[in-house]
Design a protein around this ligand. Structure first.
Ligand code: C2E
Ligand code: CA
Ligand code: CA
Length: 694
């Protein structure tokens, strides 16, 4: 028997090590993916890993054999060679399965290492047995044992590095250096085992010999080259897959970023108008305050009676109107200015000017006039106006809150002063705005707690002096605010939507009063109720009127509704429908305050109205001012030609009454007869009058 150190081809030894290392790297990489995937993909990663590892071990072994200087005609038995490959494959599969199929405990790691290590040895010694030798090979026990220990312990260290050292079971794969080290350790284990095993081998005398039907070293080299190519291919596929994955990750990250910025737009932007919202505007205001000492303006823009549009034409039209208004506002400001939507129908503008106060006023005027133009929305023409309040930096405030609150107060003042205008902030306006807020709060309470009353003003027949009915007028004496007039209450109620419950209360109370017998002897008396445009355009208005008539038992013929022209003109088609419904019930309809609004009698002809109330502002002039007299004269003549009854408001003197009588007006109201009286006083008044005239 020979037992002398074999001599090796060092290049091939290096190659054997390289193949083992590459195979290990590929195998550990593939196996590492098992954990993150379930089902078929997990199995595929495991099979791939086992294949790379098994064939790698096997190829290493035979390259190592080729590296050894051997007689030319050595051969390998096919069956045992195949068995050695099978041993490598199966043990690799089993070992990887053990360490990767559950939580990697110490026990699992030890067991996996044992399977891997013995698998490597098994492969080696079966491979050795495949070699054709003169007699059977024997092994030196100590070196044999050392080879097993190397194989098992290197496997353990490698598996520990690759799988156990990672932060968490589901966490990221081990970093490359760690996986590389694990592969090198595994390669050391495989080759260390091989070369120690070779050193342990005692080849029988006669050495190796050729073998009929066996595999020659040349054929073996081809098979090994094939296997090495396969492993390389697998490694390449992995890196391509990884590159694909990371580009997909990049894509994902990109779309995530886009989603985030869209989210930011949503937080900072108004989805209806695409304008900035209050949050963003306040941010810009902050920045502006930090960056500049130049004057700039904060404008508060509020659409007048926008609720009305929403209630009468629906939210869809309301939304469209807001969008159109936003577009006009954007066109009215300069590019460097900001317009934001800060509430339902409220906008705010941040503007600079190189023209001082003049420039800001010009901007506000532009805004008011552009929003005063009718809007074409779908088939309908919608008219709104706006009220604008301006506060200036630094005159009206040095910080954000003051500037915004003052612009708001100025806007309310603009509403107070008749809407469709702008106001520059003045110190007393803050108290006005506060009063407005207080009125809103107190009014809410008053409606709920019966804090309101109605006064009734007689309507008088011009010729007979007979009282033909009364007009109900709102009265409010609040504990905190004192007396608040309807001229102050109604606009606030209209802006806040309180007009609906308030109007309902007025209607019900007036009808009840009339039904209960307003006359001095309990005789029923016609009652007239003022109806706001918002009430009339509310889709439930007719239903409400019917319900109230039914509940109070008042015959419809005793109810008169006073409407303004503007309430009809806003949406004439709808108004016509509603008026026809009310007429069918038998209710009397009259136009209030005639002469102050559009005063378009030709247009009013389409509506089923019976009465025209000439506004009281004309009356003071009829006896002194020729123009006023001419207007009233013309209006009465026209009304008569249209078969409308004429009611003159605000008659305070006998002269005024005579004038109306000459023009053949039918009725009048005014202090000449009586101011509006509380319900009980009216009864007494009527009784007295009965005595006088009767
Ligand atoms: P209006 O409908 O034109 O009511 C007539 C107003 O003129 C009443 O003022 C009345 O007190 C006042 N007045 C009556 N006779 C004379 C007179 O001879 N000379 C003068 N200078 N004034 C006279 P009031 O009660 O302050 O109401 C003001 C306006 O508030 C009303 O004008 C009406 O448009 C509105 N209003 C009052 N009550 C209600 C209500 O319940 N609902 C609605 N929607 N509006 C109401
Ligand atoms: Ca009236
Ligand atoms: Ca009136």
């Amino acid at each position: 028997m020979t037992h002398e150190p074999a001599s090796y081809n060092l290049a091939l030894v290096a190659l054997s090590f390289a193949v083992a290392a590459l195979a290990s790297l590929t195998a550990l990489d593939l196996a590492a993916r098992v954990r993150g995937s379930k089902g078929a993909p997990g199995i595929a990663w495991l099979v791939g890993g086992a294949f790379a590892m098994g064939t790698g071990i096997w190829a290493m072994h035979f390259i190592g054999m080729l590296a050894m200087e051997m007689p030319e005609h050595v051969g390998y038995g096919i069956v045992l060679t195949a068995l050695s490959l099978l041993a490598a494959l199966l043990s690799s599969a089993l070992a990887l399965f053990i360490v990767q199929s559950g939580k990697l405990t110490n026990y699992r790691l030890a067991f996996g290492s044992l399977v891997m290590g013995t698998g490597i040895c098994l492969m080696h010694y079966v491979g050795m047995a495949a070699m054709s030798t003169a007699g059977s090979i024997t092994y030196e026990p100590v070196l044999f044992l050392v080879s097993v220990v190397i194989s098992v312990s290197a496997s353990g260290l490698s598996l520990w590095l690759a799988f156990r050292l990672t932060p968490s079971d589901t966490g990221p794969r081990a970093p490359f250096w760690q996986r590389g080290l694990a592969a090198v350790v595994m390669a050391i284990g495989i080759s260390g085992m091989h070369y120690t095993g070779m050193a342990a081998a005692v080849i029988p005398h006669g050495g190796m010999m050729p073998m009929a039907g066996g595999i020659s070293p040349d054929q073996l080299a081809i098979v090994i080259a094939l296997i090495a190519t396969c492993i390389m291919l697998a490694a390449m596929m992995i890196s391509i897959y990884d590159a694909h994955l990371s580009s997909r990750n990049a894509q994902l990250a990109g779309s995530l970023q886009r989603a985030n910025s869209e989210l930011k737009d949503m937080v900072y932007g108004d989805s209806l108008t695409q304008l900035p919202n209050r949050l963003l505007l306040e941010e810009r205001l902050d920045t502006l305050l930090q960056q500049t000492d130049n004057a700039f303006a904060v404008l508060f823009v509020d659409l007048d009676r926008f609720k009305n549009v929403n209630d009468s034409l629906g939210h869809h039209v309301g939304d469209e109107l807001i969008k159109h208004a936003a577009t006009r506002l954007q066109a009215a400001i300069r590019e460097t200015d900001t317009v934001a939507r800060v509430g339902g129908d409220e906008f705010m503008v941040l503007a600079s000017s190189n023209n001082g106060h003049e420039g800001f006023s010009a901007l506000a005027r532009r805004i008011v006039s552009t929003l005063d133009q009718p809007f074409q929305i779908g088939d309908s023409i919608v008219k709104v106006s706006s009220s604008v309040g301006i506060s200036l930096y630094p005159d009206h405030g040095l910080e954000k809150h003051a500037l915004m609150v003052h612009a708001d107060a100025a806007m309310y003042c603009a509403k107070e002063r008749g809407r469709n205008n702008f106001q520059l902030y003045e110190p007393n306006m803050s108290s006005l705005a506060e009063r407005r807020t207080l009125i809103e709060q107190r009014l809410r309470l008053a409606i709920d707690n019966n804090g309101l009353t109605l006064a009734y003003q007689p309507k008088v027949n011009v010729l007979s002096g007979e009282i033909t009915g009364v007009e109900a007028l709102l009265r409010w004496n609040d504990d905190e605010l004192g007396v608040v007039t309807p001229d102050e209450i109604i606009p606030i109620a209209e802006d806040t939507g309180l007009i609906l419950p308030l109007g309902e209360w007025v209607l019900r109370t007036a009808c009840q009063y009339s039904a209960d017998g307003a006359g001095h002897d309990g005789a029923t008396m016609a009652v007239a109720v003022n109806i706001s445009a918002i009430q009339l355009n509310n889709r439930h208005f007719t239903t409400l009127v019917k319900k109230v008539l039914h509940e109070t038992g008042l015959p419809a013929g005793l109810l008169e509704l006073e409407l303004t022209e503007s309430a009809l003109i806003q949406n004439p088609d709808r108004a016509l429908t509603i008026l026809n419904e009310l007429r069918e019930l038998g209710i009397t309809l009259s136009i209030d305050d005639f002469g102050t609004g559009y005063s378009n009698l030709a247009q009013l002809r389409r509506f089923p109205i019976q009465r025209l109330k000439i506004d009281r502002t004309f009356m003071s002039g009829v006896t002194t001012n020729a123009q006023d007299a001419a207007i009233v004269q013309a209006v009465i003549a026209l009304a008569l030609s249209l078969d409308l009854q004429v009611v003159a408001e605000g008659i305070e003197t006998e002269e005024q009454l005579s004038f109306i009588r000459r023009q053949q007006g039918h009725q009048y109201q005014g202090y000449l007869c009586s101011k509006a009286l509380p319900a009980d006083d009216l009864k007494a008044f009527l009784a007295d009058r009965q005595l006088v005239t009767g």
